[in-house]
Design a protein around this ligand. Sequence first.
Ligand code: NOJ
Length: 532
Amino acid sequence: MKTNWWKKAVIYQIYPRSFQDSNGDGIGDLAGIISRLDYLKKLGIDAIWLSPVYQSPNDDNGYDISDYQKIGSEYGTMETMDLLISEANKRNIKIIMDLVVNHTSDEHPWFQSALKGPESPYYDFYVWRNQPNQIVSNFGGSAWEYVPQLDQYYLHLHSIKQPDLNWENKNMRQAIWDMMNFWLNKGIGGFRLDVIDLIGKEPDQEITKNGPRLHELLQEMNQKTFGHYDVVTVGETWGATPEIAQLYSGEERQELSMVFQFEQIGLDKQAGKRKWDLKKLDPQELHQVLSKWQIELAGKGWNSLFWNNHDLPRIISRWGDDQNFRILSGKMLAIYLHFMQGTPYIYQGEEIGMINHPVTDISEVDDIESRRMYQERLAAGYTNAELLDSINAKGRDNARHPMQWDSSSNAGFTTGTPWLPVGDATEINVADSLADPESLFYTYQKLIQLRKSEETIISGSYQVVETGNLQVLAYLRELNNDKILVVVNFSAEKQSYKLNFKPEVREWLITNYQEQISEDLKPYEAFAVRIK
Ligand code: NOJ
């Protein structure tokens, strides 16, 4: 039976490479995750979205899979994976696997066989053409790579080592359904579907996102696999609008549980340009976009709520203040987001206020996307300084530096040499956060608990509340006679504001200062109260 448990759930994302190393090789692993399950239980999360742990040559850190049914040796074995699932389940934590099926690694046996040409049964598992067209890769450059022995090109919307699968091929689809059922039978809690908006592509018409067959393919996937299980499915859907999100997540459509869309994430880039072309965030624009999603998807679909993931810079560095108000701005951001409708995602380290990790030279950068952009733009005339600014603001490594567990060497992440340097953990680490009742950790813990006790957060209506101040954002959630008012100061300055009603407090739910409503809000002040 379907219970829609994920509507009340909070999901924690683990980037396994950087979470906890157990064997001193400098790379996080499954045994490391098992050793930290009690910590996650204390935080109160319901499920873990596990970024890929499959066998992979790691051209794109695991998003290039060479065997979907094998665990990468750096992470452990299938036995450890089974143990992780059962240890997590014992604690009522579900494991959500990352499903990367827009592409495989070029080292996957299917692609290796495909390279032999049309007589291989796997040739048509991929997208081949005699001539390239104008499609560009998400990592820059042409999306077509020439294979001399075939005198043909294959499509790769990401790196050259990530050939796109041909979703028109029935046998390919069947192989994917079999693989998905293999994982579902292990008792996992669901799938996060990587760049799923790309699978219905029409390469000849240069349509990559939201192609004409996308939703039909998802309905088939649902019927053949997860539709038979009480699991969550979350689609990474970059180009989704609220209308498109209804197609993915409208219950009657039998596709996915929810979308993970990025409209708010694009608000600090210049219009029509790439994420590297920086622009300051306007809090009003953020409020408009998030409110639009709240209102337009209500009752028609389901959204994810997130600030961070492994592809995004740390939110406190991005839209808070990591120098002067790290904890206060972190709490404000958390409070502002967590009273909205949807399923919240917390990315590892967000709950202790981890921040960006600036570099001074391109040689310090690991991420393939940042490195490719750097080379491309350097050749196009950008300066080294400009490019490093962009990478420091938006580069994916910012999220990938190891988890900071304590203030010992390498922050308790590894006893060896970490694959990516560890940040400064003297002040930012789990041990200190747990010891301090005022830490950001306990704000997140409280927000997770509130989602369990307050039905209004899950299913109440949403209304924007005017404040007369562009830096002060407010909204009201309402269900029957229950009303929750959320007010936040999205700035580092004191702000005055005026609501067009006088809130009479019934109960304080959470705040990052004192439990008191005054005319002025202190820097990054945020609160949620139940009102009469
Ligand atoms: C989205 C993933 O989140 C990202 O890390 C990856 O590089 C691309 N998809 C390609 O799989």
